[in-house]
Design a protein around this ligand. Structure first.
Ligand code: GLV
Ligand code: MN
Ligand code: MN
Length: 426
């Protein structure tokens, strides 16, 4: 038996995976990956990614919000652009592919089109967003919301764990807060937005498919909840205790119970206990709460139920509950035009007329949030999902195969060509 000859796509996928490995080394942690907005690691990956963009034949710039951008002209100068995007920041203890893969796939696809000598009837752009995860400042999608022109003035006073404000972090990164509006793009400058991303779920793997078409993205709300009781000696008798941590624990299991019953996705992932000592009753607990649903009305109804239940729990325990919403993103439907182009792109990877008939490309929703949610405010969005091992994400074990990455590059290029063939018909 002879070994299969590697294809151009295999070689492209190998480069993409090697680049993912390289970017993973730009981390603020010595024992894992964490790369946050406006950090030294952010500057370093922007520099590296800009080099790869330039080598692919693209014009590059860093925008007024620290997003690393690139452009390939279409048939004539100044045409509106089909924008590709995803993010270069990570959660704490992250994997190598969430966000990063989409940026690197986009560079390869755009480079192929640049090298083909067949310019498109629109320009191509890439936005490698600096903040999607919200790891540093608590609120999320900062990079893509700057591009969407939905930046909020109230964000300037957000502070990271070390007390640095977003305004100060901008200046330290060499950006001018007064100019953040320059990052905003107008709808007429864009033809649409495409994002490739790992699935972050098990559906494609369970169904033995490499790629999928995203139908829409769940709406999300995030809160910082604070339960206040009274700190005191751990020897205090039961009737006199107002233990904020015991109350928060009951709140957290109640969130889980209500969310399961209502078909919502809910996560408490961060907790701070004050004063945090072994022999002191906790007087205050802060915890994060992330709530998602494909339908915003279901999500909002869920929050009303949960807030009422938590208020009752706290009242029964003589505790006080404060809730502060730190993020809200509406559910987004992917555009039928872009879904059809991505489906056509996936079909084109399935081997042509002689290949056995494949079932239609899998369509699936995303519970995970994406930059596409922010960009939907200014243009149509579409997303291509790539299978990831075990559906694992936000974890060092995130994994994709080279074969799937090769298919993703081919499918995305074919999707762009399908859009170009129909352009400007919409
Ligand atoms: C981002 O990955 C999110 O879904 O929170
Ligand atoms: Mn993520
Ligand atoms: Mn992501």
């Amino acid at each position: 038996m002879t070994a299969a000859v590697p294809t151009v796509s295999d070689a492209d996928a190998a480069v993409i995976l090697a680049r993912c490995e390289e970017l993973a080394r730009h981390s603020s942690l010595t024992d894992g990956i964490e790369r946050t907005y406006l950090s030294a690691e952010h500057a370093a990956v922007n520099y590296r990614v800009a080099g790869w963009m330039a080598a692919a034949g693209l014009t590059t710039w860093q925008d007024a919000a620290g997003n690393q951008c690139a452009r390939l002209s279409g048939r004539t100068r100044g045409l509106p652009a089909l924008m590709f995007g995803s993010h270069l920041d990570t959660v704490r203890a992250a994997g190598r592919y969430d966000g990063i893969l989409g940026v690197l796939v986009a560079i390869t696809v755009t480079g192929r089109i640049a090298a083909s000598g067949r310019p498109l009837p629109f320009a191509l752009e890439i936005a490698a967003f600096g903040d999607e995860e919200g790891t540093r400042f608590g609120t999320t999608l900062l990079g893509s919301r700057a591009v969407a022109g939905t930046w909020l003035e109230s964000w300037w006073d957000l502070r990271d764990a070390s007390g640095t404000s977003l305004r100060e972090a901008f200046a330290a990164f060499g950006l001018d807060p007064a100019k953040v509006g320059d990052a905003a793009r107008a709808p007429q400058e864009l033809v649409g937005y495409l994002e490739a991303h790992i699935e972050q779920g098990p559906v494609l793997e369970e169904e033995n498919r490499a790629l999928g078409v995203v139908t829409g993205i769940a709406g999300a709300r995030r809160f910082l909840l604070t339960v206040t009781g009274s700190a005191g000696h751990s020897g205090t008798p039961w009737p006199r205790r107002r233990d904020a941590l015991a109350g928060a624990a009951e709140c957290i299991t109640t969130i889980e119970r209500i969310a399961r019953a209502e078909g919502l996705t809910a996560t408490v992932g961060h907790l701070r206990v004050f004063p945090d000592a072994v022999n002191v009753i906790p007087g205050k607990v802060e915890f994060s709460f992330d709530l998602r649903a494909p339908d915003d009305a279901d999500r909002d109804r869920g929050w009303t139920l949960i807030e009422a239940a938590l208020t009752d729990i706290c009242a029964t325990r003589a505790l006080h509950l404060d809730s502060n919403q730190v993020h809200e993103a509406a559910a987004v439907a992917c555009s039928p035009r872009l879904r059809a182009a991505i489906a056509a792109g996936i079909r084109s990877t399935e081997g042509g007329a002689e290949a056995p008939a494949e079932p239609a490309p899998r369509e699936l929703p995303s519970i995970a949030g994406h930059d596409a949610m922010a960009i939907a405010a200014i243009t149509d969005v579409g997303m291509l999902f790539v299978r990831c091992a075990g559906g694992i994400s936000h974890h060092p074990d995130e994994s994709v195969t080279s074969a799937d990455v090769a298919l993703a590059v081919d499918a995305l290029e074919a999707a762009v060509r399908a859009l170009a063939a129909d352009y400007p018909a919409r």
